[in-house]
Write a protein that binds this ligand. Structure first.
Ligand code: C2E
Ligand code: CA
Ligand code: CA
Length: 281
């Protein structure tokens, strides 16, 4: 694959290939990529700050484009939403995540079974068909619903509150858990912490970045973590890159952490070794 050539098209007429031919429209390209099986799911471990062990992993979709190489999800998730292909991508990620998590068992261990977290796009949060997709993925993998956590950003929740609330109630009825993703970066409204049936709160990397440098970041993070704890929510610190940040969030009372310090997102076989206790996170 021609890596690093990604910026080249910028120098050509939009909609034209390097040879001047018409390029396929991005939506069609995405659909073709799906049909050709170019999508995979990688997993990033979530580490228990008390035990240092992997408590689960987040599913992150990957597109290995035949000529452009790896394309980051931020570049195609919005397109997938516009074209409606997000339902297909979402179902694919859900199925893979449930299937992988069903394999994550530690032989001589009575600790909690690892969880898998899956990101839901704005459209999936309000689409009633998501409930059936989640139910089907769980049934197919024979996964305990409690082990599946659906990640939703606060911005998405606030966009269409009524539809989101209805859908989340139906999803929760399946027995899955729900997390607020990137907490602190959107329209943070503490009100929804009461109105939505939440189980987990993920503190955004942007927030973690300010810890130890910005006194207000410390105070606000501590208050958020205390509040979440009082509401019975699990707290996760995202984007931990240094041992210093790890100590800091542990000291603030976060339950779990995720970031390059522990592991980058890795393929399914690599994460399997971590989740079965054969490898460190
Ligand atoms: P996110 O849900 O906040 O996922 C975390 C992102 O931060 C991932 O980027 C991950 O690789 C990256 N990350 C993890 N640890 C660190 C760290 O220590 N430092 C830094 N700088 N970054 C870290 P990724 O995989 O490129 O995903 C980007 C976004 O795309 C995700 O943000 C999520 O919003 C979206 N996304 C990814 N997979 C899916 C999916 O299957 N469905 C949907 N709807 N969205 C997805
Ligand atoms: Ca996420
Ligand atoms: Ca996040």
């Amino acid at each position: 694959a021609k890596r690093g050539g990604r910026g080249i098209s910028r120098f050509y007429e939009p909609g034209l290939g390097e040879d001047g031919s018409t390029r396929p429209d991005p939506g069609a390209e995405l659909a073709a990529g799906l049909a050709r099986g170019e999508f995979t799911v990688h997993y990033q471990p979530l580490v228990d700050l008390r035990t240092g062990r992997a408590a689960g992993a987040e599913a992150l979709v990957r597109w290995e484009h035949p000529t452009d190489g790896f394309r980051p999800p931020d570049t195609f998730i919005p397109l997938a939403e516009d074209t409606g292909l997000i339902a297909e991508i979402g179902a694919f990620v859900l199925r893979d995540a449930c299937r992988q998590a069903a394999r994550w068992t530690r032989p001589d261990d009575d600790g909690p079974a690892p969880m898998v977290t899956v990101n839901l796009s704005a459209q999936e949060v309000t689409d009633p068909r998501t409930v059936e997709q989640v139910r089907a993925a769980l049934a197919e993998a024979k996964l305990d619903p409690y082990r599946l956590v659906l990640e939703i950003t606060e911005t998405v929740l606030m966009q269409d509150r009524e539809a989101a609330t209805r859908n989340l109630r139906d999803l929760k009825a399946l027995g899955v858990r729900v997390a607020i993703d990137d907490f602190g970066t959107g329209y943070s409204s503490l009100a929804y912490l009461c109105t939505f049936p939440l189980d987990m709160l993920k503190v955004a990397r942007e927030f973690v970045d300010g810890l130890g440098r910005d006194a207000n970041a410390d105070v606000v993070t501590r208050a958020v973590v205390d509040l979440a704890g009082a509401l019975g929510l699990l707290t996760v610190a995202e984007g931990i890159e240094t041992a210093h940040q790890q100590e800091h969030v542990a000291q603030l009372g976060c339950d779990l952490a995720q970031g390059y310090l522990f592991s980058r997102p890795v393929d399914a076989e690599t994460v399997l070794a971590v989740m079965t206790g054969e490898a460190a996170p």
